[in-house]
Ligand binder design. Structure first.
Ligand SMILES: O=C(O)[C@H]1O[C@H](OP(=O)(O)OP(=O)(O)OC[C@H]2O[C@@H](n3ccc(=O)[nH]c3=O)[C@H](O)[C@@H]2O)[C@H](O)[C@@H](O)[C@H]1O
Length: 451
C-alpha cells in the first residue's frame, strides 16, 4: 500500500492524528500565536511602508505617468545628502513657464537645457545665452553641498533675466523625459555635478550619484529624444591627475586620477565616448581649469581665503615636497563662458533619433584654461592687496587628499576650434571677484540686520 492510500475519499472526514492537538489548551495557544504573528506582520509592513514613503529615493520608483501632473524629485543613491528636497513639477502653469523660458528669441538661436543652472558656471552661462536670444531652461537640485542661499540668489538673478530653473535632479528620468516632451531642446549644457576635489573623501557616494549615475540618466533621455540634442558638458582639468608633463594637452594620458572627483570626470569622458559610438549623440567635454569669479563657489580656496582673511582667521596654504610650489591655472569665469558658448556654437547635430544611431557623430574634448599657472601664495598676496588686510598664513604640506601640485593648460586646440582666447589675468579677475564679494555679503548682512 502506498502512502497515497491514507488520503480519505472525503477530505472533510479526514481524521486528524490526535498528537497534533494533544489538548484543548494547545489550540488556544496556536490561535494566540497566529494573532501575534498577524499583529507583528502588520507592524513590520507598516514600518517598511513608512520608511519607503518618507525616503527620497522611494519617489524614484513612482511611474512616469505621475510626471504628467505632479511628482517629486527622485534620488537613487545618495542617502548622505541632506537637502535633496521633494519638489513638485508638472501641470499647465508649470509647462507654460518651461516653454516660455526655453523660447528662442533670435534668428538661428538654440533652445538649451542647462543643468546645474543655479551653480556658479551654470548661472553665468545661462544668463549669457539668454542675453543673446537663445531659449534657456535651467535644472538644478539645489543641494546643500555649499550654502543654498547663494544658489537661491543666483536663481533670483536668472529669474529676473527670464530664465526659469526647474527644481529637480538629473537622476529623475521621468522629469527629464517630461522636459524633452515639452521642449525639443537643440542643445544641452550639462554643468550639474558634484564638484570639489577634497570633499570626495568625505562623501564619495555623491560623486557617483551626480557625476556618473546622473550623467548616464541624462544621456539615456537625450539618446531617446527626437531630435537628439547636441551635448556640451563639464569635464575637469583634474583628469590629468599625476601627470608631470606640462602644459597639459588633450593628447596626454588621463589614466592616473588623483581623486575620486577626477576619476568620475574621467569616467564621464569614457561614458561620452560610448553614447557617441552607440547612439550618435554629439558630445563635447570641456576640461575646466580652476574657474573663479563673482558668484563663485564658497568651497574654493580663493573664496574661503577671502572670507577668512577678512575675519582674521588663519588660512592653510599648501606646499609641495621640499617647499615645492603649488600652482593653478586659475581661469576667469567670463573666459570660461566664452569657451562654453564657442563649444555650443560649433557643436554639430547628433545623428541619431529615438535611440537609433543614423551615422557617426561629433565627439570632442577641450582644455579651457588660462595658460598661466600662478602659485597659490601669489593668489594670497593679490587678495591681501585687494582686501587691504594681511593674511595669517599657515603654510603646510599638501595633504594626500586628491590635490595635485600643478595645473597648466595647453589651449591651442580650443583656440583653433572654438576661437577660445582667455583675456583676464588673475589680478583683474580677483578684483572683480572681491568687488562682488564685498557687495554681496554687505547687502546680505544688511538684510539680516533688518530682520
Ligand atoms: O580644475 C578643476 O577641474 C578643479 O578646480 C577646482 O579645484 P582646485 O584647483 O583644487 O581648486 P581649489 O580647491 O580652489 O584650490 C586651489 C588651490 O588652492 C590650494 N589650496 C586649497 C585649499 C586650501 O585649504 N589650501 C590651499 O592651499 C589647492 O592646493 C589648489 O592649489 C575645483 O574646486 C574643482 O571642482 C575642479 O573644477
Amino acid at each position: 500500500m502506498s502512502h497515497l492510500d491514507h488520503t480519505p475519499s472525503t477530505p472533510g472526514k479526514f481524521k486528524m492524528d490526535k498528537s497534533a492537538y494533544p489538548y484543548h489548551g494547545g489550540r488556544l495557544r496556536w490561535h494566540s500565536s497566529l494573532a501575534k504573528l498577524t499583529f507583528w506582520s502588520f507592524v513590520f509592513i507598516g514600518v517598511i511602508f513608512i520608511f519607503f514613503y518618507r525616503s527620497p529615493s522611494s519617489s524614484s520608483s513612482s511611474s512616469a505617468a505621475a510626471a504628467t501632473s505632479s511628482s517629486s524629485s527622485r534620488f537613487h543613491s545618495d542617502p548622505s545628502r541632506r537637502s535633496l528636497r521633494t519638489s513638485s513639477w508638472g501641470g499647465p502653469a508649470w509647462e507654460k513657464k518651461v516653454r516660455t523660458s526655453a523660447r528662442i528669441r533670435s534668428r538661428n538661436g538654440f533652445s538649451v537645457l542647462v543643468t546645474g543652472a543655479a551653480g556658479f558656471v551654470g548661472t553665468h552661462v545661462s544668463s549669457a545665452l539668454k542675453r543673446r536670444g537663445d531659449g534657456v531652461l535651467g535644472l538644478d537640485n539645489f543641494n546643500d553641498y555649499y550654502d543654498p542661499t547663494l544658489k537661491r540668489a543666483r536663481q533670483a538673478l536668472l529669474e529676473r533675466a527670464g530664465v526659469f530653473i526647474v527644481e529637480g535632479d538629473i537622476n529623475d528620468a521621468a522629469l527629464l523625459k517630461k522636459l524633452f516632451e515639452v521642449v525639443p531642446f537643440t542643445h544641452v549644457m550639462h554643468l550639474a555635478a558634484q564638484a570639489g576635489v577634497r570633499y570626495a573623501m568625505q562623501n564619495p557616494g555623491s560623486y557617483v550619484h551626480s557625476n556618473i549615475a546622473g550623467f548616464v540618466s541624462l544621456l539615456e533621455v537625450c539618446k531617446e529624444a527626437t531630435p537628439q540634442p547636441a551635448i556640451v558638458w563639464a569635464s575637469s582639468s583634474s583628469v590629468y591627475g599625476l601627470n608631470t608633463k606640462v602644459p597639459f594637452s588633450e593628447k596626454d594620458r588621463t589614466d592616473q586620477p588623483a581623486s575620486l572627483y577626477a576619476a568620475t570626470k574621467k569616467a564621464g569622458e569614457e561614458i561620452a565616448h560610448t553614447y557617441n559610438h552607440i547612439y550618435g549623440l554629439s558630445l563635447t567635454g570641456l576640461r575646466f581649469f580652476t574657474v573663479y569669479g563673482p558668484w563663485g563657489r564658497p568651497d574654493m580656496a580663493y573664496f574661503f581665503f577671502t572670507k577668512d582673511i577678512l575675519n582674521g582667521k588663519s588660512i592653510p596654504i599648501f606646499e609641495g615636497e621640499n617647499h615645492g610650489t603649488v600652482a593653478r591655472d586659475f581661469t576667469y569665469i567670463d573666459d570660461i563662458v566664452k569657451g562654453c558658448l564657442g563649444a555650443l556654437d560649433t557643436a554639430q547635430k547628433s545623428t541619431g533619433s529615438g535611440g537609433k544611431k543614423k551615422g557617426p557623430a561629433q565627439l570632442r574634448v577641450f582644455n579651457l584654461g588660462n595658460t598661466s599657472p600662478i602659485p597659490v601664495t601669489n593668489l594670497v598676496t593679490i587678495l591681501e592687496r585687494l582686501l587691504k588686510v594681511k593674511a595669517k598664513r599657515n603654510v603646510m604640506k599638501l595633504p594626500r587628499n586628491g590635490d595635485v601640485q600643478f595645473t597648466h593648460a595647453n589651449i591651442s586646440l580650443a583656440h583653433r576650434e572654438l576661437g577660445y582666447k582667455p583675456t583676464t589675468n588673475l589680478q583683474t579677475g580677483l578684483k572683480k571677484f572681491v568687488r562682488w564679494y564685498l557687495n554681496y555679503y554687505s547687502a546680505a548682512g544688511k538684510k539680516a540686520d533688518a530682520r
